[in-house]
Design a protein around this ligand. Sequence first.
Ligand SMILES: Nc1ncnc2c1ncn2[C@@H]1O[C@H](COP(=O)(O)OP(=O)(O)O)[C@@H](O)[C@H]1O
Ligand SMILES: [Mg+2]
Length: 192
Amino acid sequence: MTKMLIIGPPGSGKGTQAERISERLGVVAISTGDIFRANVKGETPLGIEAKKYMDAGDFVPDSVTNKMVRDRLSESDVENGFLLDGYPRTTAQVDYLDGILANSEEKLDVVLQLTADDEELVSRLLGRAKETGRSDDNEAVIRHRLDLYHEQTEAVVAKYAERGILTQVDGIGGIDEVTDRVMQAIKAAQAA
Ligand SMILES: Nc1ncnc2c1ncn2[C@@H]1O[C@H](COP(=O)(O)OP(=O)(O)O)[C@@H](O)[C@H]1O
Ligand SMILES: [Mg+2]
């Protein structure tokens, strides 16, 4: 069973590529952002709590997010492997995930980092805002999410790099082109 994580700044294409990896490898993709958005839409207590943070581009508190992920990873569809998208994005979340996975035989196998520069990301996200109207896709909030990525999530990337399981993939280019790179990177990482 393959346990994977896709990490990268907002707008780097994590969700798009995660769906494709999930289809091709038959592993379930788990996106914390999607789970939060579904809860916001359904006006659940979790969604009502999360919305305040999401609209401001802030992280939802670890206490809320960690428990949500723990519950999700206890479901039976993760048996064939999983691909996390959007979690962990703080070093405290890395520690928590380590705790969850300590009960199973393996740790994460592959961590893919999608890279792109900030100006490309801002322009992609402003484009997406016009199409999807995500409430956190306006320029001030986008810049704040990018700042948080640099301030907090890059430290997560560094941790996985130290463990020797990080692979960087250039996220600039067409969607299919990036998928080809991603699939190559997974193959190479699994052969290593
Ligand atoms: N691991 C997490 N920890 C805290 N907050 C999270 C996490 N994942 C998602 N969120 C919340 O959901 C929002 C949207 O997440 P996501 O869709 O993953 O954004 P993006 O892919 O653009 O980075 C985040 O800005 C944050 O408020
Ligand atoms: Mg996303």
